[in-house]
Design a protein around this ligand. Structure first.
Ligand code: TNX
Length: 499
């Protein structure tokens, strides 16, 4: 095989077979053997039929009976032990031979991973047909939490644009979309108990750019779209700081009772809730109850970052109210690293570590007391940082983050001394102070998101940037075919014939 099998993140096992490739053609049909309409394998079968159909330019059927003829793409949920799949819920297998493709997994999420792996394997022949090289791939993720924080507050991200981002997450086997829904500038999710939040505080974005919000119907649509692609949505309502938009909508949250002025700059740390105001506790309880009810997933994020004007006691009181509101509705809270300083966090609270300029001790102590960590070290995975001094977009407070920075790091070394199992995973972050359009978002995500995804998914070991960039070359072509804007990092090998 001269061609690189360019799968990112790198799977556990990739074994090219000395056989002819599978060619997508008129005989291509997707088969879910013995399925009925409720079969959990069906969404992945529909995804792969849609993908192959669009790529080949003709409709590809999904059948429940196996025609037993060459050309079938079989989608199958298997008993993991019998099937000899790697361990874990998300494990999957892709087997490609000249006459058949088999996509196999233990659960629906694993099947989605198999489908996107197949998508990454597709290549176009000179005559325009598509082929898939004969190969055996067996795979499972290192970490269960592989996410992206997306700030839709500083600049609103429309539902169609958000679906493009969700598609990219799925393509790189990320499974958590954490939406930063509220901040000083705007409030983006309509919650039934406080209708003025989006009515008064969502029309604009930073610098007076256009804004928007998600209605309950938009929210359901987004959750379903993400779910079909194996992605959980974690909503963040950021308290007790970053609350100017809430205080603009509800004057009862300010000490004077007067609504705060709209704020469209990019400063942080100036706004705060007040524990001694009568409206504050009901606000926290009602809003988190609404969000918990609107969220099928296990996690709700309470923010907790950058409160620069509050004594620790008041911070702890307000955060505790938010945490209790979340746990009262059966959800597990997530919060930014500042939460680690609050005594007696509820068991299993997830702490998102971001500011890697600090000492690890308080976090190690929180982990010993039962907290779990999602790692978003800014100097590695803040994808709103400029690639280099010439990047037109982005900020620089955590330095420049190019492909090598995003790729060449080891999660278990970020907070030395954490007990085994304390790291749940890795989450990139994209803050949107300087990002206005979908092109801006994808320019910052690509290629770095693929590198972070590999850190979160693939087996530990020294990171070979050369190997990653060889595989990413084909991905650059793919982003071009999709018409996505992306950054041709000089650390890549774009446009080279690699193999
Ligand atoms: C820090 S990370 C923030 C955000 C900014 C971001 C810009 C975190 C918890 N807070 O409010 O948008 O830096 O990079």
């Amino acid at each position: 095989m001269s061609d690189v099998i360019a799968v990112v993140p790198q799977p556990l096992v990739v074994e090219p077979a000395d056989l002819a490739p599978y060619v997508v053609g008129p005989a291509t049909v997707v088969v879910v053997p013995g399925a009925d309409a409720d079969d959990p394998a069906l969404p992945a079968a529909v995804l792969v039929a849609d993908l192959l159909g669009r790529a080949a330019g003709h409709a590809v059927q999904v059948r429940f009976e196996d025609p037993g003829v060459p050309g079938a793409v079989r989608v199958r949920l298997a008993d993991g032990e019998q099937a000899g799949l790697p361990a874990g819920d998300e494990a999957y297998r892709v087997l490609v031979g000249p006459d058949e493709v088999l996509l196999e997994a233990r659960c629906a999420e694993g099947l989605v991973h198999a489908v996107v792996t197949l998508r990454q394997l597709l290549r176009e022949l000179p005559d325009g047909r598509l082929e898939v090289p004969a190969v055996r791939i067996e795979d499972a993720p290192r970490y269960a939490w592989r996410g992206l924080t997306l700030d839709v507050a500083r600049h609103f991200v429309s539902v169609p644009d958000l679906k493009v981002v969700i598609g990219l997450l799925a393509h790189y086997k990320l499974n958590v979309l954490h939406l930063h829904l509220t901040d000083d500038q705007a409030w983006r999710l309509d919650v039934p108990s406080r209708p003025e939040l989006v009515r008064r505080s969502s029309a604009r974005s930073v610098d007076g750019d256009p804004g928007g919000h998600y209605s309950a119907a938009d929210w359901e649509d987004l959750l379903a779209f993400a779910h079909a692609r194996g992605i959980r949505v974690v909503p963040e309502i950021d308290v007790p700081g970053h609350v100017n938009a809430a205080q603009h909508a509800y004057g009862e949250l300010t000490p004077t009772g007067e609504p705060a002025e709209e704020y469209l700059g990019i400063g942080v740390g100036f706004s705060r809730l007040h524990a001694d105001l009568p409206a504050t506790r009901p606000f926290l309880e009602d809003v988190f109850a609404d969000v918990a009810r609107m969220t099928p997933g296990e996690h709700v994020h309470v923010g907790g970052d950058e409160v620069l004007t509050m004594e620790p006691e008041e911070y702890a009181r307000l955060v505790r109210t938010a945490l209790e509101a979340v746990t009262a509705h059966g959800k597990t809270p997530v919060g930014w690293q500042e939460l680690a300083h609050v005594p007696d966090l509820p068991p299993g609270t997830v702490v998102q570590f971001w500011d890697d300029r600090v000492e690890p001790e308080p976090f190690v102590a929180a982990a010993r007391a039962g907290a779990r960590f999602v790692l978003s070290p800014a100097s590695r995975v803040y994808l709103d940082m400029k690639y280099d001094a010439d990047s037109p977009l982005g900020l620089e407070w955590a330095g420049h983050v190019d492909l090598a920075d995003a790729y060449c790091w080891e999660p278990e070394d970020v907070l030395p001394g954490l007990p085994p199992g304390a790291v749940l995973g890795v989450e990139a972050a994209l803050w949107t102070e300087t990002l206005r359009t979908l092109d801006d978002l994808t320019t910052m995500l690509l290629p770095r998101l693929a590198a972070v995804a590999e850190v979160a998914w693939s087996a530990p070991g020294p990171r070979d940037l050369d190997d990653l960039t060889r595989r990413l070359t084909a991905h650059g072509d793919f982003w071009d075919r999709l018409g996505l804007a992306w950054y041709r990092s000089p650390q890549g090998r774009w446009g080279e014939r690699v193999g």
